[in-house]
Design a binder for this molecule. Structure first.
Ligand code: GDP
Length: 176
């Protein structure tokens, strides 16, 4: 069979955002194709996923904050060399949405050294529609403001999870 070390391109992707928005769950959901136990996950550093987009075989190294975000700040080394950054909020918690512009986008600007870094805004937990407090329109508006791609998804049902990572990878590949 084809060895896992066989790939054309390698990208570093980061997940940022408030605690408990579902960053680890999104990562696990994307990596494992099954969501059995969505318990809070602390301590995940990064995971690797091989993905074929078009003709290219990609190696995605996706970093999770491992709970560091509790201190509301990540070290500059976390951001170094990232080609893609996913800003995650929880559609059922408005503070996680406002913190993206008030806290995370600012930190990102400070640290993200990669000029052509592709950013994506992700509203997670759309399976909890009845508890939603941040509308899709608000998400679209913020994404425009921050210059991000935009997706709403659910780590629980896996709705849009693969699509958002694939779309991000696709956009990174388009960077000259
Ligand atoms: P992190 O701190 O941002 O990494 O968040 P976690 O991945 O640890 O998730 C925090 C909590 O939200 C956990 O209890 C998860 O089970 C739950 N959760 C994560 N994603 C979803 C989702 O899409 N839908 C629902 N209903 N719950 C989710």
């Amino acid at each position: 069979g084809q060895g896992q070390s066989n790939y054309d391109l390698s990208f570093k992707i980061l997940l940022v955002g408030d605690s408990a928005v579902g960053k680890s769950s999104l990562l696990v959901s994307f990596i494992s194709n099954v969501v059995d136990d969505l318990s809070p996950t602390i301590g995940v550093d990064f995971k690797i996923k091989f993905l074929t987009v078009g003709e290219k075989r990609l190696k995605l190294t996706i970093w999770d904050t491992a709970g560091q975000e509790r201190f509301r700040t990540l070290t500059s080394s976390y951001y170094r060399g990232a080609q893609g950054i996913i800003l995650v909020y929880d559609v059922t918690r408005r503070d996680t949405f406002t913190n993206l512009s008030d806290v995370w986008a600012k930190e990102l600007e400070l640290y993200s050294t990669h000029e052509d870094c592709i950013k994506m805004l992700v509203g997670n937990k759309v399976d909890r529609e009845s508890e939603r407090v941040v509308s899709r329109e608000e998400g679209i508006t913020l994404a425009k403001e921050l210059g991000c791609l935009f997706f709403e998804c659910s780590a629980k049902t896996r709705q849009n999870v693969e699509r958002c990572f694939e779309e991000l990878a696709l956009k990174i590949m388009e960077v000259p």
